[in-house]
Design a protein around this ligand. Structure first.
Ligand SMILES: *[C@@H]1O[C@H](CO)[C@@H](O)[C@H](O)[C@H]1NC(C)=O
Ligand SMILES: *[C@@H]1O[C@H](CO)[C@@H](O)[C@H](O)[C@H]1NC(C)=O
Ligand SMILES: *[C@@H]1O[C@H](CO)[C@@H](O)[C@H](O)[C@H]1NC(C)=O
Ligand SMILES: *[C@@H]1O[C@H](CO)[C@@H](O)[C@H](O)[C@H]1NC(C)=O
Ligand SMILES: *[C@@H]1O[C@H](CO)[C@@H](O)[C@H](O)[C@H]1NC(C)=O
Ligand SMILES: *[C@@H]1O[C@H](CO)[C@@H](O)[C@H](O)[C@H]1NC(C)=O
Ligand SMILES: *[C@@H]1O[C@H](CO)[C@@H](O)[C@H](O)[C@H]1NC(C)=O
Length: 515
């Protein structure tokens, strides 16, 4: 039975509507909203589900399924030399909740799919362009305030201004505020909890790009091991590994490690347990094709080993065996260094140049990234005490088959917070769910849909046992923390996902969580 107090808090969330004439009220925002440093560029009242055109260079049409809603496009001057463009989507049927969104990569792009997702669950939702237009890093060049927007300020600005827009429109402030993001969005959510613990009552931060300088530097080293370069890019390095050879490596990884979890299903539940030996597919006198040369064996061993720095300290955990089979892994292993975020970041934000050769990328570059640390981007800090003490709740998830950000790093961050706060378990405010088979933020193999938004259709089941955002709402508003999250594969198969440090163990029929 619900405790009477919990029942009472729940009643606050009986849905609200814009009092009268929502269309007129919406259109009136253009003139009535007077917000610091902010210009309302455009306002539209959307009456029926449709696709709408978008500003900027990132997406030309965006789904709107939760209409009727009020769409507000605005720009916040964060300093004299920087500005954040944002969209607030305000559904007629509003459950009293505010939702701020993150971004991805080095972007630059408003997350329209998550605007649609958030409003479909009746959140007043706001997303920003993270302080510049477009998915690359050119805007950072000699613009430290644009870097500051990217590193920490854009999400804070959208929270501050977004909450004021919500209050002006609905006539009452949002009762609770939430954040949803993955990858760079996961890093932004983590940064918000560190720097602005009052901004959000609850945060979902997926596959976070925390320890940002080192994750970028690590990707650079992975590409470097196989001869990746941005000049005279041709896969001619003797260490280069062709897509055909990667297929052989992935098959061998599964041969060695798929059964470790008790079920041969193509999914390695715990990649950290997989001590892959590439020597098993080294070429011999009798085996000369689709096998690895000694130089390639060395490269592969480096890829699946932790990266240590010039000072002997860990720079970043190893690549998770199995993740190389995700198509997105080609960003790192395709040989084109320019595809990596580290190329734009190092050029435009660290060296402040437009041209740079990465032929000799090395650990020295990583030292430089960490030293300059533009905008304090690192986001690698164990002290979440302020967020915890104000009652904030933090949910994070990470695909165990993430080809771009090692899931092992999310365990490392958990352990860092645990150590810093002297708490053996963070269960009272911070929970990490490791998702076997999941790639980067969405997709992959198996039951990887858990309401994380981002792509259309990833909110397959609308309840808090299957939806990480709704689980967060239950935690914040009712004090009911998610013990597990159930993922779905969209075709009727489900799997219970465990929170770290619990392990997912096959009991002969299903996977269960054990300490
Ligand atoms: C924001 O900056 C732009 C360009 O500098 C300027 O034209 C505009 O008036 C500023 N808006 C506000 C609200 O300060
Ligand atoms: C919106 O665009 C998508 C993709 O182009 C299309 O599948 C969908 O039918 C469109 N929806 C509406 C309501 O026009
Ligand atoms: C408005 O801009 C000023 C100076 O650029 C800044 O100090 C202030 O924090 C800004 N306010 C908001 C709400 O962003
Ligand atoms: C989820 O369920 C709530 C009520 O339980 C409903 O109002 C809402 O429209 C549903 N959302 C989606 C995306 O199905
Ligand atoms: C490498 O990637 C960059 C950035 O994505 C792209 O502009 C360039 O055309 C690519 N070069 C090759 C040779 O594929
Ligand atoms: C590039 O500019 C940043 C400030 O944005 C500065 O911290 C850094 O030292 C500069 N890099 C070099 C190599 O001068
Ligand atoms: C990379 O290192 C090699 C060997 O030290 C050197 O010959 C070459 O000039 C360097 N390339 C760049 C672009 O710095």
């Amino acid at each position: 039975m619900l405790h009477p107090f919990l029942l009472a808090t729940r009643l606050l969330f009986f849905f609200a509507r814009v009092e009268e004439h929502p269309a007129a009220k919406c259109l009136g925002l253009k003139d009535t909203l007077q917000l610091e440093n902010t210009t309302i560029i455009h306002v539209a009242y959307i009456t029926a589900p449709t696709n709408v055109s978008t500003a900027g260079s990132c997406q030309s049409s965006a789904p709107v399924t939760a209409a009727p809603l009020c769409r507000v496009y605005l720009v916040i001057n964060t300093t004299a030399t920087s500005a954040v463009h944002a969209e607030a989507w305000l559904p007629d049927t509003w459950y009293g909740r505010f939702l701020g969104l993150g971004n991805s990569g080095l972007g630059g792009c408003i997350d329209y799919n998550s605007l649609d997702y958030g409003t479909s669950l009746h959140f007043a939702t706001i997303g920003s362009d993270n302080g510049h237009d477009g998915p690359d890093g050119r805007a950072f060049l000699n613009h430290p305030e644009v870097i500051n927007d990217f590193a920490w300020r854009a999400v804070h600005s959208e929270a501050v201004i977004g909450k004021q827009i919500v209050e002006a429109y609905y006539g009452t402030p949002a009762a609770k505020s939430y954040y949803l993001g993955c990858s760079t969005g996961g890093r932004q959510g983590t940064q918000a909890a560190f720097k602005f613990p009052e901004d959000f009552d609850g945060i979902v931060a997926g596959a976070p790009a925390t320890d940002f300088n080192n994750v970028l530097g690590w990707e650079g080293m992975l590409s470097h091991y196989i001869g990746g370069t941005n000049v005279d890019f041709t896969p001619t390095s003797p260490a280069f590994i062709s897509p055909e050879l990667w297929t052989v490596i992935s098959a061998e990884i599964l041969r060695q490690c798929d059964s470790l979890d008790g079920l041969q299903d193509g999914i390695i539940t715990e990649p950290e347990a997989c001590l892959f030996r590439p020597e098993a597919i080294q070429c011999t006198d009798h085996h000369t094709t689709l096998c690895l040369t000694p130089v390639q064996v060395e490269a592969v061993k480096n890829i699946y080993s932790p990266l240590f720095g010039l000072d002997g300290q860990l720079v970043y955990p190893r690549y998770p065996p199995g993740a190389e089979a995700d198509p997105v892994a080609a960003i790192i292993f395709g040989g084109n260094f320019s595809n990596l975020g580290v190329a734009d970041w190092e050029r435009y934000a660290v060296l402040n140049v437009t041209e740079h050769s990465f032929t000799n990328f090395s650990l020295h570059d990583i030292v430089l990234l960490d030293e300059v640390n533009p905008g304090g981007i690192a986001t690698f800090n164990g002290d979440l005490s302020s967020f915890r003490h104000r009652g904030g709740k933090f949910l994070t998830y990470h695909g165990q088959r993430d080809p771009l950000i090692s899931s092992i790093n999310s365990k490392r961050v958990y352990d860092l917070i645990s150590h810093t706060l002297s708490l053996p378990l963070l269960d009272d405010f911070y929970r990490l769910f490791l998702i076997p088979g999941m790639g980067h933020c969405v997709g992959g193999l198996g039951a990887t849909s858990l309401g994380q938004g981002i792509l259309p259709g990833t909110n397959i089941v609308n309840d808090s046992t299957h939806n990480i955002l709704l689980a967060l709402v239950d935690w914040v508003e009712d004090g009911v923390a998610p013990a597990t999250i159930i993922g779905s594969d969209g075709m009727g198969t489900e799997r219970t996902h465990c929170r770290y440090p619990m392990r997912s163990v096959f009991d002969g029929t299903v996977f269960v969580c054990t300490a």
